[in-house]
Every structure is written in structure tokens, then in C-alpha cells.
Design a binder for this molecule. Sequence first.
Ligand code: GDP
Length: 298
Amino acid sequence: EPEAAKPGLLGRLFGGGGAAVEEPRRLVDDAMLESLEEVLIQTDMGVETSMRVTANIAEGRFGKRISTRELKAALAGEVARIMEPVARPLPIYPKRPQVVLVVGVNGSGKTTTIGKLASQFKAAGKSVVIAAGDTFRAAAVEQLQVWGQRAGVPVLTAPEGSDPASLAFDALTQAQAQGADLLLIDTAGRLQNRQDLMEELAKIVRVIRKVDATAPHNTLLVLDATTGQNALSQVEIFRKIADVTGLVMTKLDGTAKGGVLVALADRFGLPIHAIGVGEQIDDLAPFDPEDFAKALVG
Ligand code: GDP
């Protein structure tokens, strides 16, 4: 069971029912700030970011009384301010096809996200091709084929265990010949052997650049928001392996740990192109900093 259907942790801990007629006004003192900081850390915002947000809240308010509503509004404002610069939709390049390499550990929601992205772009009138680049995971290839069917998008596959770079090369050549707008390339997510994965991704990039020297145009890292602080180390690892240009945060529908997005934005400043809010094909939403901040604060 997820901790909460929606990340309203602050609301619960500060007892903000919302409809209270006479709200208690809390004194902004060290004890209050300490518990605030603790609550922020519990949302996986990270110690550093939580401390800074708390310090910003304290500024101009220390020694005064504040209502729950005012506190929430101030917090939401702080969070939104951190998140605004990273809320960016996937940039669209005039290049055809635009090549999007999708990376991330197994289970993060890569396959699902590719299906959702394909469906969105298809609905927007773009022609999309998917390459099932995780050739070592038969289940992933099958899963991707199911998503491709749902989205009405062709999925190019290769025999199990064959070279993903060669599939990527063929896929790009084919997508180019067809005049496709977008090529989404799935990749393996086996972090157990980082060196192998690094070489595999590097080879995919090297090979597709023979077809288009500007490819890949985006390298999306898919992160599971419910993994909390783990997401931070995954960014660090994948940034060493691939030239990550943006993030998709999945499973934001079932977590009280959404604060990790704040930590990510604060630490890496990578754009968050979209968020996964469910398992269905339409459950991919643009990242809206104000909605997110309000939901997190509760
Ligand atoms: P992959 O191994 O990275 O390709 O991950 P999958 O795409 O197979 O997803 C792993 C699991 O997470 C599946 O059960 C998906 O249905 C689920 N999943 C993916 N994205 C989301 C999301 O945004 N919300 C929820 N609730 N589940 C998701």
C-alpha cells in the first residue's frame, strides 16, 4: 500500500484540515522550524534543500505567529520557485526524425513511459517509431510491442540477445526513410554491470551518429519517484553513463515521497519533461510546478 494516495504529508503533520474556521497561529521559533525541517526531509526533499527551504520560511517570520494556511502558502511558494526552472516540456527539434534515447533502471517505468510518449505524439499528429533496444529482456520487448499496439505506433525489434546498437542503427535508417517525426529508443537498464551498460549506450550513440551526426537529440532518464533518495544516485550514475538531457518522473500518483523532485531540481537542475501519474496510456502529464507544490504541501 502506498503511504498516501496523494503527497499531502505536510498537511497531515501540521493538521491542516483546510476548512478550519479558527486556525491556530503557530509561533515561528526554533522548535517549529525544526519540526518543519523534519517534515520536509520525510518527503525526501533531502537535508540540504530542506534546510534551505526552512531558512527561507524563517526569514522575516521568526518570532512571529503564522497560520497553517500562511505556512502552507509560503512553503508552496518556496517549492514552486525551486521547480519552475526545471518544468520544461520535451523540446521539439525541427530535425526529422528527432531521436530520443530513453534510459533508466529496470522497473523505473521506461517501457510504460515510451508507450505514453508515443501515444501523445501520435495524438499530436506526429509519426512515431519505437525501437525495442533492450534486446536482452524478452519481456521488455513484448511489453513494448503491446504499448506500440495501443498507441498505434510501429515497434522495431531484433532477435533476443542481438546488438542493441545495430537495432538502433536500423531503426534510425528506417525512420529516416519513412520520414518519421520521432524515434524513441528503449535501452537496457541493468545497473548490475555498469561498465557493460556504459559501453552499450556509448555504442548506440556512436552508431546512430553515423546516420545522423546530431543524434540523439534528447536523452531522457526515467526515474521512479517512489524510490526517494535513490533517484538522486541514479541521476549521478546515469549522468556518468549517458549525456542525460532531461527527466521523466514516474509513479507520482502513489507516493508521499514527491519531495525528491525538489531535491533533484535543486541539485541537478535537469528539466523535468513529464510526470507519470498512473499505469494507463494517458497517465503522462506535463510537470506543473504550482500544482506539484500545492499537492506536496497538502
Ligand atoms: P521498465 O522496466 O523501466 O520498462 O518499467 P515498466 O514500464 O515495465 O514499469 C514498471 C511498473 O511500473 C509497471 O507495473 C508499470 O505499470 C508501473 N508504472 C510505470 N509508470 C507508472 C506511473 O506513472 N504510475 C504508476 N502507478 N505505475 C507506473
